[in-house]
Every structure is written in structure tokens, then in C-alpha cells.
Ligand binder design. Structure first.
Ligand SMILES: [Fe+2]
Length: 396
């Protein structure tokens, strides 16, 4: 699949990042052992030279996994050497790039999971990445309770990162934004709720769909989220724990922006803007089902929140972790944003066209990677990430 990269490519590319942006720049006399790696493992940085085509990454059989690990070990030891001998002034210069490189690697750790899931899903043997015996749902059926809408008053609020700790450049500049009154659903849309949309012929009723979405759903013949199959009248889906019946109490995932938007229309609601989401999230603790939990699948409401929180029906659940939440905000620059000059300026800025913002992280995101101001972005037709839906609506 054009968007999916091989595991060893992710390993090599994150290493290439440190080699290209730190060693080649700051380590006097550094010479790449295998110069061709620069071409193979550059992803999209035009200022760093030519690159191999993304959609053809899967065709490259060399270097092997072992050679890739050797490359990583070699770059690691060079970085170690550089940092151990660098003076304070040089360290100050290197630090922001090093921290960016570590955050970059965390992003690719998430892609390792979503990408191998897509690869495994092509295989009729449905390989199991990690077995799972326990249900992700408590038997109390808490998730079957309908969601509530939590009301927020109109306010002018600060949007964007406050500069305390690491953030990507696209999270700033921090600025004041007027957020009119809105309501946000207390939890993400579940599989059970999404099945009701499917069974109500949601995929064949044009009135719910954006024009581009309607074209896409017909061209692609979508009838359900990615990885879903109907067998003997029961929905099954491929997960990293194998092929399983769809659990109605889990958040729906692997839906495109188009599907999220169509579902919201069908439900008489809409998707939140990223500003509404961020304003609501500021009151929420950054906790949830993350990659560290090693479930690699969104968890139902009942198992994802404490019993105490479950009682507070009007609180927002699962804002962080489980599934990335599509917003209706086009991924664009905040007022005053300028991409940095040079290759690292290509990190976020040049993608600010034809993509939508997602918020909150997923069960494949690291707990230490996500924050309320974090802006992820994908094209509206993409489905291979762990993307889901939270509804919003205007005041009644
Ligand atoms: Fe990358």
C-alpha cells in the first residue's frame, strides 16, 4: 500500500534523521559509511537531497534487517561520541534537533504498528502480532449507555503550545481564538453506533456525504471501516490480535474523514473544530489507552475509565489515547506561523494543504508524545491510521 513503509525502513529512516541533521552537520570529519543510505532513507526532505519513491519502499530488499540494525548501532555510537565530547555551546545548538529526532522516532514507532497491521491484514492467515485473552470490556455494559453532550460556553481562549517543554512548530504561535458555544460528546462513537449507520444504509445515501466523500465511497466501494468483513451476518475485523468479531462497545476506528463526517451528518451532529477540541481537552488529564499498554487496539469505555469517572456521566472520556479524533478543521498555519528555513522547516509546514487535523492520540501513540495542543494531520480519504469519531453540535 503506497502509504505503508516496511518495518526496517522506519528503523533506518529514524536513524538517517540523526545522521543527516546532527552528525553531518556537527561532527567534524564525519563520513557516511554507506552514502547511498541517504537516498534510500530520506522520506520527504527535498533540501536534504534526492530520495527513493515512498510508494516503492516495499520493493527494496537490501539492506537486510541485520544491516539496518548495524546502521542504527553505528549512528547511535557516533551520536554518543559527539555528545560526550561536545562543549556547552555546541550542546545547546544540538539539543533542539536531538529532541526533535526523538519525537520523530516516536511518530515512526506509531507508524510501525499501523503499517504492520496493514501488511498483516493482506494475509488470509491473519497473523497475530500480540495475543489477547482478556476482553477489553467489562461485563457491566457501561459503554452501551448513550453518550452525553457536554456544553461549553462561548469564550476567547489561548490556542497553541505555551512553550513549556517540547512541541512541534505547527502547535504555535500560541494565539487568542474566539470559540463560540458548542457541545462535545462525552465519548467517541462506538462500533455498535457505527453499525446502526451502516444498517441504515449510511454508505449508500448520498445526503450524508461530502461531494468528494461520495465520489470516494463509490470509487472505493466502501461499505464499512477498513479491515471489516461481514461473515454469516456478523461483522468481523482484523486486529493486531487477529481476526475477531467486532465488539460493539469499542470506539469505531479505521474510518476516513469522509466517513466520520457522513456519520456525524447521519447522527444529526457534526465533527468538532480543532479549537473546540483543544479548549475542551485543557480540562482533561492526559491519560488513556496508549502504546505502553500494549493492547494496540481501542478499548471500550468501561475498561478505559475508572469507575469513579464512569459515574460522572457528563465528563469527557477517552479524549486521549484509543483513537485519533477527526476534526473538521483543515490543517493550516496558525496566525503568524512561518516554517523554519532549511530542511527541518519541511517537517510540518509544507503539508498544510488538503489535510485535516486529528487530535488526542491513539492506542499506538506513546503517552509521552501526546498533549492537548498536538496536531496530527491526514488526507481525508486515509483509513489505515487508528482514526475515530467524536461528535460535536451547536447549542440547542
Ligand atoms: Fe519521518
Amino acid at each position: 500500500m503506497p502509504d505503508v513503509s516496511p518495518t526496517k525502513w522506519h528503523l533506518a529512516h529514524t536513524t538517517w534523521f540523526f545522521e543527516t541533521f546532527i552528525l553531518k552537520k556537527f561532527l567534524a570529519g564525519y563520513r557516511a559509511e554507506i552514502p547511498q543510505y541517504a537516498y534510500l532513507f530520506n522520506s520527504y526532505y527535498n533540501a536534504a537531497g534526492d530520495m527513493h519513491r515512498r510508494d516503492l519502499r516495499g520493493l527494496i530488499s537490501r539492506p537486510t534487517v541485520q544491516q539496518t540494525h548495524r546502521y542504527r548501532a553505528s549512528i547511535d555510537s557516533h551520536i554518543d561520541h559527539l555528545l560526550s565530547n561536545a562543549e556547552e555551546k555546541l550542546l545547546d545548538e544540538i539539543e533542539p534537533i536531538l529532541v526533535l529526532g526523538i519525537n520523530h522516532e516516536q511518530q515512526h514507532q506509531e507508524l510501525l504498528i499501523t503499517d504492520i497491521k496493514h501488511v498483516f491484514a493482506q494475509n488470509p492467515l491473519y497473523p497475530v502480532f500480540r495475543g489477547r485473552d482478556v476482553a477489553l470490556r467489562r461485563p457491566d455494559g457501561g459503554a452501551r449507555r448513550p453518550y452525553q453532550f457536554v456544553d461549553f460556553e462561548e469564550t476567547t481562549t489561548a490556542i497553541g503550545h505555551n512553550g513549556d517543554g517540547f512541541a512541534y512548530d505547527n502547535e504555535g504561535p500560541r494565539h487568542q481564538a474566539l470559540v463560540p458555544a458548542f457541545s462535545l460528546a462525552s465519548r467517541p462513537v462506538t462500533n455498535g453506533e457505527y453499525i446502526a449507520f451502516i444498517e441504515n444504509n449510511g454508505y449508500t445515501r448520498s445526503e450524508f456525504w461530502l461531494s468528494l466523500g461520495w465520489m470516494t465511497v463509490n470509487e472505493q466501494r466502501w461499505q464499512a471501516p477498513l479491515y471489516w468483513t461481514k461473515r454469516d451476518d456478523v461483522w468481523w475485523h482484523f486486529t493486531l490480535s487477529g481476526f475477531r468479531p467486532v465488539d460493539e462497545s469499542e470506539p469505531v476506528t479505521h474510518v476516513s474523514y469522509f466517513e466520520a463526517d457522513a456519520y456525524a451528518s447521519w447522527a444529526g451532529a457534526r465533527l468538532p473544530t480543532e479549537f473546540e477540541w483543544e479548549r475542551a481537552a485543557l480540562d482533561c488529564p492526559v491519560e488513556g489507552n496508549f502504546v505502553e499498554d500494549e493492547i494496540f487496539h481501542p478499548a471500550a469505555v468501561a475498561s478505559a475509565v475508572s469507575a469513579e469517572n464512569t459515574m460522572k456521566d457528563r465528563w469527557l472520556h477517552q479524549m486521549f489515547g484509543d483513537v485519533w479524533e477527526w476534526t473538521r478543521s483543515a490543517y493550516s498555519a496558525y496566525p503568524g506561523y512561518r516554517a523554519a528555513p532549511g530542511a527541518l522547516g519541511e517537517y510540518n509546514g509544507k503539508f498544510m494543504c488538503n489535510q485535516y487535523v486529528l487530535r488526542g492520540g491513539s492506542c499506538a501513540t506513546s503517552r509521552t508524545h501526546i498533549r492537548p495542543t498536538y496536531r496530527n494531520f491526514f488526507q481525508p480519504e486515509k483509513r489505515w491510521q487508528l482514526t475515530g469519531i467524536r461528535l460535536a453540535r451547536d447549542p440547542r
